[in-house]
Design a protein around this ligand. Structure first.
Ligand SMILES: NC(=O)C1=CN([C@@H]2O[C@H](COP(=O)(O)OP(=O)(O)OC[C@H]3O[C@@H](n4cnc5c(N)ncnc54)[C@H](O)[C@@H]3O)[C@@H](O)[C@H]2O)C=CC1
Ligand SMILES: O=C1O[C@H](COP(=O)(O)O)[C@@H](O)[C@H](O)[C@H]1O
Length: 254
């Protein structure tokens, strides 16, 4: 594959985890509404490969999408407490703009950064905290309906449905990655839920690498490391994408 991979939200935590481990793996085109200094760009990615624009700007997104093979779409408001006006603009309208431009440009596939918060309401008082523990067998596997924890989760579920629409009506492969809790170096401390859905930086990069390279139609997978504590199945990601994580939050417990 010689064509570029467009990474939106490249300057954020997930984007930087990906670039840190996959900097020389693809020909990158980076997009963010904030400028990306040299320290945020892999070697060989110059300012000419960076698009400083808002994803709701249709013309600018069209320009960034020209000739692109695949998109990793991360840009958006990541705050679980984000208000409706922000998720409507950044997460829903922005994601719609990305899909429209991708279809127009003939992009092959899109990996969309969905979230645990699209399904957070499965974590009921009856199930918690037991479901966060290794001996508990409760698993979500991506076939369940969305069950959002907040309006941010609603926006992520909406992104997944937008992807379904563009997959059904256009020649575009779509994978939605319901990312757990990306934390650098070690799992969250004193936070069982976060340890159960920990995603290490290197597993995050590997997972999105597989999203670019694997063949699929429309998928919903969970993005967590291979934690002993887990309530998300990673079997679908293994099967369809060839995801093979190396980290486990249990290895960081005393
Ligand atoms: N970090 C995590 O543990 C998780 C992240 N996610 C999702 O992954 C994606 C990335 O999250 P993070 O890297 O943690 O967030 P972040 O806030 O660190 O990075 C987001 C990046 O997107 C850019 N951005 C935001 N709105 C934009 C817009 N309208 N146009 C252009 N650029 C825009 C920001 O400037 C920033 O660089 C988000 O969509 C988030 O919802 C989902 C689950 C967990
Ligand atoms: O979707 C997201 O989820 C992570 C983890 O959620 P939390 O409720 O354990 O904080 C969050 O840190 C991140 O900001 C968000 O985008």
């Amino acid at each position: 594959m010689d064509e570029p991979v467009l990474l939106t939200g490249a300057g954020g935590r997930v984007g930087q985890a990906i670039l840190r481990h996959l900097g020389d793996r693809f020909e990158w085109r980076l997009l963010d509404r904030e400028p990306l200094g040299a320290e945020k760009r892999p070697d060989g990615v110059g300012e000419e490969d960076v698009y400083v624009t808002d994803i709701t700007d249709e013309e600018a997104v069209e320009a960034a999408m020209d000739g692109v093979y695949a998109v990793i779409h991360l840009a958006g408001d990541p705050r679980p407490e984000a208000p409706w006006d922000s998720v409507l603009r950044n997460n829903i309208d922005g994601t719609h703009t990305i899909f429209e431009a991708a279809v127009d440009a003939g992009v092959e596939k899109i990996a969309f950064a969905s979230s645990n918060h699209a399904v957070g309401a499965y974590e009921t008082d009856e199930r918690t905290p037991e479901m966060y523990r290794p001996e508990d067998g409760f698993r979500l596997d991506g076939t369940e309906l969305p069950h959002p924890s907040n309006l941010y989760g609603v926006s992520k579920a909406t992104g997944e449905v937008l992807g379904r629409y563009y997959y059904d009506h256009h020649d575009l492969s779509v994978v939605n990655v319901r990312i757990g809790n990306l934390t650098e170096g070690h799992p969250p401390i004193d936070y069982e839920r976060g340890q159960a859905m920990w995603l290490s930086y290197r597993d995050c990069a590997h997972l999105f690498e597989r999203c670019v390279l694997a063949d699929y139609d429309y998928e919903i997978v969970y993005g967590i490391s291979d934690n002993d504590r887990k309530y998300y199945s990673i079997e679908r990601a293994r099967e369809v994408l060839g995801y093979d994580p190396v980290d486990n939050s249990a290895e960081h417990e005393d």
